[in-house]
Every structure is written in C-alpha cells, then in structure tokens.
Design a protein around this ligand. Structure first.
Ligand code: AGP
Length: 568
C-alpha cells in the first residue's frame, strides 16, 4: 500500500518521479505528490486523486532539480485529500518526507513531544519529530527517532540543510535502491526502476541509507555496512496490447503458466522439506486464500491433517503447531501484512509461495517456491492465481512422483483465451440485481473466486454458495432478478447440477452453466480434473473485467482497494 519513488542524478527528476509513480500506482491511488530539491530549497506539489491529476498540475508548474522523492497514497490516517497527501513536512519545512506503513503511536508521540501538526497523517508526526531531534547529524536524528516508533515504515527523507541528500529508513515496508551509472533510484518496488537498472539493493529491517550524487552508503543501527547486490530475474516479455492491465494479464496466463512450470524445476529439493511433516496449515488472504483451498485438495493424498486459514483470522486463533508442522504462506506480492504477521508467529517449517523474489514473506519463510507469473499490477489477481494453483499441482506431482502434464494445459488455455469474447454475456449481467456463483467441491472454490473477482472491480453485490447448500437458505434470494452461474466440471456431478438448475429456474431465476461439455452455456475446454480449476476460472476473470469496463469503471484500480495490502 502506497508507493515511494526517489531519484538522484544528473537528469531532471520530475519526469522520472512521475514515471516511477505511474509504475507504482497499483499500490495506491487516492493522492500523489513529489518533492524536488532546487537551489537549497525543497519544492513540493501534491494532489488528491490519481497520478494523472498530479500530472495536470505539473503541466502548469514544473519543478526543477535533480534530487527528488515522490509518493502515491492509499489512505490509512486521514481522508484522501491534498492536505493529507505525501510528501509531508514539519511546520518549518526543515524536513520533507514520504512514508509507507503506519506509525501506531503517532498520537502519543505528538502529545509527548508537543508537536505542531496541521494534517491528519501519522507521517507528519515523523517529519515534525525529526525536525526537533537534538542531534547534529541527520542520520543520527533518524536512527534515534525511529527508536521511538511503534509500527512499520519505509521512509525517504530530505533535510533542508542537506538538500542534495536522500536518507532512507526501513522497518517491515519494502524499500530498494538501484544504481545505473550516475543515476540512483529508490523505490518500494524494484520493478518500478527495472527499466533503468540491472541490479539493486534491498534494505532490511532497521537498516538506513544515505544517498547523494553517485554515492550510496548503508548503515545498520550501529555502523556502516556493505550490502549484497541483487540481480533482476529474467521474466517473459509481454506487450501491453489492451487498454487495461487486467485484460493483458489475463491474456498472459498461458505464458505465466509455462514460465512457472519451467522455473518450478529449480525447487525440486522442496520434496525433502515434506519429510516427517505431521500436519499442514495453508495461510493467505483473498484470492491467494482461494488457491490455498485448492492447495488442500491437491495435497490431501498425503493423509495428514491439512488446515486452510485466512491470515487475518489465523493470527488470533490457537493452533497445534510443533516442529514437524509445515505452514505454507501463499501471496502474490509477498508483502501482505496479514500474511506476513502469521509467518512471524509460526515457529515451525515455513514455505512461501510468492510471485515476487526478495519480498518480505520470502525473507521471513525458511523455504520459498517462486512463481514466474510476471509483474501483476491490476488490483484483481488473475494470472498469479492460475500460477498458484499450478504450483500446488506441481507440488502434488513432485511428492507423488507423478509426471506433470502441463503442456496440454498451456496449449488449451491459450486457444481458449484467444477466442474468448464475453462482451454480450457481460451486458446481460448488467440486467440483473443479484448475481451468484455456485458449484460443488472444487467448482465451489472457483465460484468463490469468481464472486470475489466480480465484486471487487464491478461493485456488484454477488455471492458464492455450494450448490447443495442453496436450498438450505440462499434459495430464498432467488427471483427473476437473479442470475446464477453454476460451475460444473465434474462428470459425476452433472446430473445433480442439472437438478439445481431446475430448482433455480422454478423460482424465476436465470441459471447459466459453465462446464466442459457441449450443452453448457459457457463451454470450457476439457482437461483432467486436476487441471480443470486452472481453466475454469478464466471466463469468470474475463467476465468480471468486461462487466467493470461496461459499467464505466477502470478494472485496474477499483475504489477503496490496493494491490499490495501492507497494513493489518
Ligand atoms: C485479488 O483479486 C485481491 N485483490 C486480493 O484478494 C489479494 O489476492 C489479497 O489481498 C492477497 O494478496 P497477496 O496475494 O499479494 O498476498
């Protein structure tokens, strides 16, 4: 949540900062701002709304200079307004700061140090506190101030008495530095400067950096340190062919599956990690949680207890964790705070399944399986979900010594997506007041994921229900304003599902079946039952995207949400 970008070099900072913010906008988009040092002063421009709005302001009034910091926000403290947008300063403008994370004790600090503030943001308290720190050296000020914080932070700071230096501090929220020739870039996601740099540094918790022209120095709490440099992993190249990222990302699914399947060969040693495992917890949020529900099905053959848990619930529950328990954490971003906090709770075997190398969850877990879905920026997760299911399938094949059959999956998903056009179905969805997704067993999990996709980007209040459970309550909602998608990919359940369709239609509801047989309303390609879930979600991802577009929304940036949820 929220994106930080920074630049020091010989080029004009403004355009680079804006480009960086556009790359980071998936992390938050309710306000944005930049600060640039020029002639010993720091100029700030910020605006409520998307980066596009900030760009309009900058067309009228450019900020000159080669040193700058920038921020795109997802509001936690205070309304998404120009006043609460970052960068923030203290009242005398001695300190300019952008911040990701939350300082939980900001009100206590404000009171204790009698800080004068004008916004509702916790970040302003950080700037105000730094401005009154007694130390002469700015790095010492930061080290001592951060000792007082309870919470999480990634900070980029410019002091007006050292306007050509950017200081960094990090705890829990990600922060990275890239260098290319004389140009130095700072970002909360290295992908945002990947175009310019071949390698980059990752700040760890309680580390600091002092960056000036052509020079980066890193420190921990007590001394200067050397840091290892990280190379970007090669990912498949893809073109942006459509208006929206989400459309592109769905189309990229077959490539993402192919890359992930090939890359999985690097993780075959993980088999040994399953030796002596007596139970498994699968923990995640949102879409990644739905992939855990499938993960349980894939791993059930192990004949040990397997529990699936929503991360924000898991951390408050009591568990039977011992040294032979394996906790698997699934997260596209690898930064989800709810999931990360669970990893820290688990003193047992821990395995991350993520799409982002060097992310916080991969650092926190003892083992990692990395997917190669490519950069996923649309808030609604699509190709990453498909790859999460694939990883569980590959894990099952590995543990069972079975040959994985991914080629047909990749070919059929590509052929299917090439001819998929749900424009007319999407326009029909708009005629109904109530939308439901139902199914049995694995198809019910696909129903849950389909409902989440549709609600998060089209704001339609839809629900998922196991088909057999309909008559135990939810059927009362069904009338002629109800459209129900029944997912039916299991041969032995088709006749039961047809009965459910009749029950719905007898109450005036409309029921459309998605299945791998000719009579289905949405005909899916046929694959083995293990691989069907990876195919059967595709039409519903596309449908959600199309409904959102037809309703006039931007599916990539749904209201109130953010791609990477780094607050609990
Ligand atoms: C997916 O469409 C959602 N935006 C959301 O549920 C997401 O899957 C969840 O926040 C978990 O994110 P993660 O995979 O990055 O941990």
């Amino acid at each position: 949540m929220c994106g930080i970008f920074g630049y020091i070099g010989k080029k004009d900072a403004e355009n680079l900062l804006i480009e960086g913010l556009e790359n980071l906008e998936y992390r938050g988009y309710d306000s944005a701002g930049i600060a640039i040092s020029n002639n010993n002063k720091v100029d700030i421009i910020k605006h409520a709304g998307k980066v596009e709005e900030l760009k309009k302001v900058l067309k009228e009034k450019h900020l000159l200079g080669n040193v700058g910091i920038a921020h795109t926000r997802w509001a936690t403290h205070g309304l998404p307004s120009e006043l609460n947008a970052h960068p923030h300063t203290d009242i005398l403008k001695k300190v300019t700061i952008v911040h990701n994370g939350i300082i939980e004790n900001y009100l206590e600090l404000k009171k204790e140090y009698n800080l004068k503030t004008i916004t509702q943001s916790d970040t302003e308290v950080i700037a105000s506190l730094l401005a009154i720190m007694p130390e002469k050296d700015n790095l010492e000020k930061i080290k001592n101030a951060t000792k007082l914080f309870k919470g999480t932070y990634a900070l980029a700071i410019i002091f007006s008495n050292e306007p050509n230096i950017i200081y960094l501090a990090k705890k829990e929220s990600p922060l990275m530095v890239g260098k290319s020739g004389d140009d130095i870039f700072i970002s909360s996601d290295a992908n945002a400067f990947k175009k310019y740099c071949k390698d980059f540094y990752i700040l760890k918790n309680n580390e600091f950096a002092k960056i000036k022209y052509n020079k980066i120095e890193f420190f921990n709490k007590s001394k200067k340190i050397n840091k290892k440099i990280n190379k970007f992993l090669n990912t498949f190249s893809f073109e942006n062919k459509n208006k929206y990222l989400m459309q592109d990302e769905i189309v990229q699914t077959p490539d993402a599956l192919r890359e992930t399947a090939t890359f999985f060969n690097n993780f075959k040693n993980i088999k040994n990690y399953f030796n002596n495992v007596n139970k498994i917890y699968l923990v995640a949020c949102g879409t990644a949680y739905h992939s855990c529900l499938f993960g349980k099905k894939y791993l059930e053959f192990l004949n040990i207890p397997i529990f699936t848990e929503i991360a924000s619930e898991f951390k408050y529950s009591k568990h039977l964790i011992d040294k032979n328990t394996l906790c698997i954490f699934v997260s596209q971003s690898g930064e989800t705070a709810d999931t990360l906090s669970c990893v820290k709770k688990c003193k047992c075997k821990t395995l991350a399944i993520t799409n982002v190398p060097n992310s916080s969850i991969t650092f926190a877990c003892k083992k990692t399986i990395l997917m190669k879905a490519g950069w996923e920026r649309a808030v609604a997760s699509t190709k990453a979900y498909s790859c999460q299911l694939l990883v569980f399938y590959l894990l099952k094949c590995l543990l069972k010594n079975e040959k994985a059959k991914t080629n047909t999956l990749i070919r059929k998903s590509k052929e299917y997506l090439n001819k998929l056009n749900l424009k007319s179905l999407a326009s029909k969805v708009l005629n109904y007041e109530k939308i439901m997704f139902i199914g049995r067993q694995g198809d019910y999990i696909t129903a849950k994921e389909s409902a989440l996709k549709l609600k998060e980007i089209s704001y339609i209040n839809c629900t998922a229900c196991p088909s057999g459970e309909l008559k135990h309550g939810t059927l009362a909602l069904v009338d002629d304003k109800t459209l129900i998608f029944l997912i039916s990919t299991q041969k032995n359940l088709i006749s039961k599902n047809l009965l459910t369709k009749e029950e719905i239609e007898a109450r005036g509801g409309k029921c459309l079946i998605a299945g791998d047989f000719d009579e289905a309303d949405i005909v899916l390609p046929h694959l083995s039952s293990d691989l069907m879930p990876i195919i059967s979600i595709l039409p519903f991802q596309s449908l959600a995207c199309e409904v959102s577009i037809q309703k006039g929304y931007n599916p990539d940036k749904p209201r109130n949400l953010s791609k990477s949820v780094t607050v609990e």
